[in-house]
Design a protein around this ligand. Structure first.
Ligand code: MG
Length: 335
């Protein structure tokens, strides 16, 4: 007997999801059409393609806020991504939107992030013609760069990825969830990491914020998620209530002032920017130095390719290449 699990799942979606959800059978499809899978829906397949991608594994060694952190418990870009996915799926399921689509967008949203977090992004934005924005780079990773040909994902996942930040709105509600889930995740876990790192004390968060959102990490996440669900139930748009949104944005400003742009963070940021800038110049104008330093030889066709290469690096790899290129090596005993 031939069982088609995908068809069963698609029928279930049709029966149980909200009229605002994207049904996987109604996807606008891929740049290169694929024969459909007997097990997975189109969006489940996209999620799997992302999880198996090398750029996904590299998120493990990319900075969230704290550069190349040595403590075991600081977030990385990978654990951030997993927290976004968990928050987004909770919201999607509650609103009866397509959880698989939501998950795929969440897992892919930061694939284009540079080494050294926003410091790396800021410096590439300064030096690349046309600028550099991580959300556009995430799209570039899944459309062009990964494996040399991209991942051939569905239109809905690509739309959600490129619109998770910046001015534009995702066209699907599943995509709109990611923009909020990303914020909910990073504001809260960055507070947690900043307290862990002794950069701020939990009591420095304003009384007003704590009253509105809660005293603890989990209370605040719960408040925000619950608010999104309550405010978006049976609506054609995913949003927070003005009151909670305002409190969240106040927390965000607090984080900018006390953590993201604090003197401690700034000092490290300058070093990280220096590394990225130096690598960029070297790759573009003196690629022969890579060979001289015993690194694999690379040739770049121009700025864009250098930018792609650097954006794909992990913190650790960028530091390693910089060290090989510019730090004196100790004498090696040869016998
Ligand atoms: Mg993110």
């Amino acid at each position: 007997m031939h069982v088609n699990v995908r068809e069963i799942t698609e029928a279930l979606e049709e029966k149980t999801l909200s009229p605002y959800a994207v049904l996987s059978k109604n996807t606008q499809g891929r740049a290169e059409p694929l024969v459909s899978c007997d097990i997975r829906t189109a969006f489940q397949r996209d999620r799997d393609r992302i999880i198996h991608a090398k750029s996904f594994r590299r998120l493990m060694h990319k900075t969230q806020v704290f550069l190349a952190p040595e403590g075991d418990h600081y977030r990385t870009r990978l654990t951030h991504t997993l927290e976004v996915s968990q928050i987004a799926r909770t919201i999607a399921r509650a609103l009866r939107l397509n959880e698989d689509l939501t998950e795929a967008i969440a897992l892919g949203h930061d694939l284009g992030h540079t080494p050294f977090g926003h410091s790396g992004e800021a410096v590439l934005d300064e030096i690349c013609v046309g600028g550099f924005r991580h959300y556009e780079q995430s799209l570039r990773v899944v459309e062009v760069l990964e494996g040399g040909r991209g991942l051939n994902l569905t239109w809905e996942v690509r739309d959600g990825i490129v619109n998770h930040a910046g001015k534009n709105e995702a066209k699907t509600l599943e995509g709109q969830i990611i923009k909020l889930a990303d914020r909910i995740a990073y504001i809260n876990h960055d507070i947690d990491d900043a307290v862990r790192g002794g950069v701020i004390g939990p009591e420095e968060i304003s009384l007003e914020c704590r009253r509105t959102l809660g005293e603890t990490h989990s209370e605040r996440i719960h408040t925000m998620i619950f608010d999104v669900i309550e405010h978006s139930m049976n609506q054609s748009k995913v949003a927070m209530s003005p009151e909670i949104h305002e409190a969240m944005m106040e927390l965000r400003s607090f984080m900018f002032k006390n953590v993201y742009t604090s003197p401690v963070a700034k000092a490290e940021e300058e070093k990280a920017k220096g590394i990225v800038k130096t690598l960029f110049d070297t790759f573009l104008h003196h690629p022969e130095k890579l060979r001289e330093a015993g690194l694999s030889e690379l040739t770049f066709s121009g700025e864009r390719e250098v930018c792609d290469y650097i954006a794909g690096m992990t913190d650790n790899y960028a530091i390693y290449v910089f060290r090989e290129l510019f730090m004196p090596q100790g004498w090696q005993m040869k016998r």
